[in-house]
Design a protein around this ligand. Structure first.
Ligand code: NAD
Ligand code: UDX
Length: 466
């Protein structure tokens, strides 16, 4: 079966970039990305490419080349479903905030809404592809909804989880380590799997396209994120021990990373991992394990989250302790608010928790992030409901200029590893600050020797203060 029309429901951080790359690499396929969020679709269609709703290096060029040729963004979900032979579901699957499984299970209401809409609209056979990260066995729920429409349309459900990381979405999509496709082993299932394999074969070598059964594919995605997050929590656990013992976590990471069995990636100690995926997916894994009565398995993975929460807490505690046990009324500058560099995404960013802790100690915070807008910062804090909207605005100020953010500050905390922070004029920053001038480098990116020579008291996560 040759695919000519693809629809993707959900124009977010995954749907947008993924479909832009499919459209670029498959000019013979019409790709329509749909969303119920009108503002988001308008932004994807904006002539000014700097207004795209997702900031990813290289994405603007890809969108520019394919948009209105074979890549379309629209709010007409029904029409796009009707026209497509293949429908990707790429909607959000956040942690449930209510009812059974609150705070742990994935909230599948958006997925179910999509399935019901596909069931209602479809007049011809469809291949439905799970692109969202889903609990293992979700495909059976989707299938049950789709198979009960009574209009004799045949549906095949595939699992095709996305492994891109934000900030590197474009290179990750152009050169994926692997593409994973799970499908039924029936003849119709195999046909559907092959149809999706053919789409990817337009640019991904066949050896890197793995096909499995649906359940293995669904579970592999949660497993991959759990393993990656576990490495970050493992090195972060060692960072605390390094600070007590005089070891330097970057040196330890280098030494262990050169062991080819361990490998060097995902060993950078930090103020804690953030992002929309790691915490959500591990909590979901923990919930699934518990629901099968596998309590030891659940406890093992939950520890990754406990360690991450601890890392954020101890970073803010350390700032308070170092600043003579009080930050009340003191200006503290945050360099970075995004959960990692090269993205405007702030979901679960460590900066949010660290700021919340310091605001509870009555600190005054000034934030500078190269890509995150002020409203986003306030929305992240307001969401916590720790204090009123007015209080958040009174205590925290978002600056458009990093030097202004640092002016008269008692301490700078580096929360995101943006490259530009390294090249700032640190001499001038030092001069403008209160003394002693502290830097708390939660990402270990600044040059310790240079900063100490200028006069800063420099704390790096995983080596402490010299
Ligand atoms: P997102 O919140 O950025 O985008 C989801 C979009 O879906 C939103 O724009 C929302 O309006 C839209 N939507 C929700 N319900 C809809 C409906 N019924 N009809 C039409 N549109 C609807 O989320 P995201 O970061 O793109 O993540 C999507 C999925 O991909 C999640 O399951 C996530 O776990 C997974 N994932 C994310 C990443 C990542 O880096 N962000 C990476 C891999 C996998
Ligand atoms: C992650 C997975 O990497 C990706 O495969 C999946 O599709 C989605 O979830 P993402 O969350 O976008 O991607 O970014 P990632 O690079 O994994 O970083 C996650 C968090 O861990 C960030 O806050 C990052 O700063 C932190 N991190 C990562 C570290 O603290 N140290 C590291 O060594 C690596």
């Amino acid at each position: 079966m040759k695919i000519k029309n693809i629809c993707c429901i959900g124009a977010g951080y995954v749907g947008g970039p993924t479909m832009a790359v499919i459209a670029q690499k498959c000019p013979h396929i019409k790709v329509t990305v749909v969303d119920i969020n009108e503002a988001r679709i308008a932004a994807w269609n904006d002539k000014d490419l700097s207004k795209l709703p997702v900031f990813e290096p290289g994405l603007d060029d890809i969108v520019k080349g394919a948009r209105d040729r074979n890549l379309f963004f629209s709010t007409d979900v029904d029409k796009a479903i009707d026209e497509a032979e293949m429908i990707f579901i790429s909607v959000n699957t956040p942690t449930k905030t209510y009812g059974k499984g609150k705070g742990m299970a994935a909230d599948l209401k958006y997925i179910e809404l999509c399935a019901r809409q596909i069931a209602r609209v479809s007049k011809t056979d469809k291949i439905v592809v799970e692109k969202s990260t889903l609990p293992v066995r979700t495909a059976s729920a989707i299938k049950s909804i789709l198979d009960n429409t009574g209009n004799h349309v045949q549906f095949q459900i595939l699992s095709n989880p996305e492994f891109l990381a934000e900030g590197t979405a474009v290179p990750d999509l152009l050169n994926p380590d692997r593409v994973l496709i799970g499908g039924d082993t029936t003849p119709e299932g195999t046909k559907a799997v092959n149809a999706l394999v053919e789409v990817y074969e337009n640019w991904v070598p066949k050896a890197q396209i793995l096909t499995t059964n649906v359940w293995s594919s669904e579970l592999s995605k949660l497993t991959a994120n759990a393993f990656l997050a576990q490495r970050v929590s493992s090195i972060n656990a060692m960072s605390e021990l390094c600070e007590k013992t005089g070891a330097d976590v970057d040196e330890v990471a280098k030494a262990i990373g050169m062991d080819s069995r361990i490998g060097s990636k995902f060993l950078k100690a930090s103020v804690g991992f953030g992002g929309s995926c790691f915490q959500k997916d591990i909590l979901n894994l923990v919930y699934i394990a518990k629901s099968y009565g596998l309590n030891k398995v659940a406890d093992y993975w939950e520890q990754v989250i406990i360690m991450n929460d601890h890392q954020k807490q101890r970073f803010s505690d350390n700032i308070v302790n170092t600043l003579y046990n009080t930050v009340s009324g003191k200006k503290i500058t945050f360099l970075g608010w995004a959960f990692k560099k090269d993205t405007n995404d702030t979901r679960e960013s460590a900066a949010i928790k660290v700021a919340d802790n310091l605001l509870s100690e009555q600190a005054n915070i000034s934030v500078f992030d190269p890509k995150v807008v002020g409203e986003r910062v306030y929305a992240d804090l307001d969401y916590l409901k720790t204090r009123t909207t007015e209080e958040n605005r009174r205590l925290l100020n978002v600056c458009k200029d990093p030097y202004q953010a640092c002016n008269e500050s008692h301490a700078i905390a580096v929360l995101t590893e943006w490259d530009e922070f390294v090249d700032y004029d640190w001499e001038n920053i030092y001069k403008s600050m209160k003394k002693p001038a502290f830097v708390f480098d939660g990402r270990g990116i600044l040059n310790q020797k240079t900063l100490e020579k200028i006069g800063f008291v420099y704390y790096k996560i995983g080596s402490g203060i010299d």
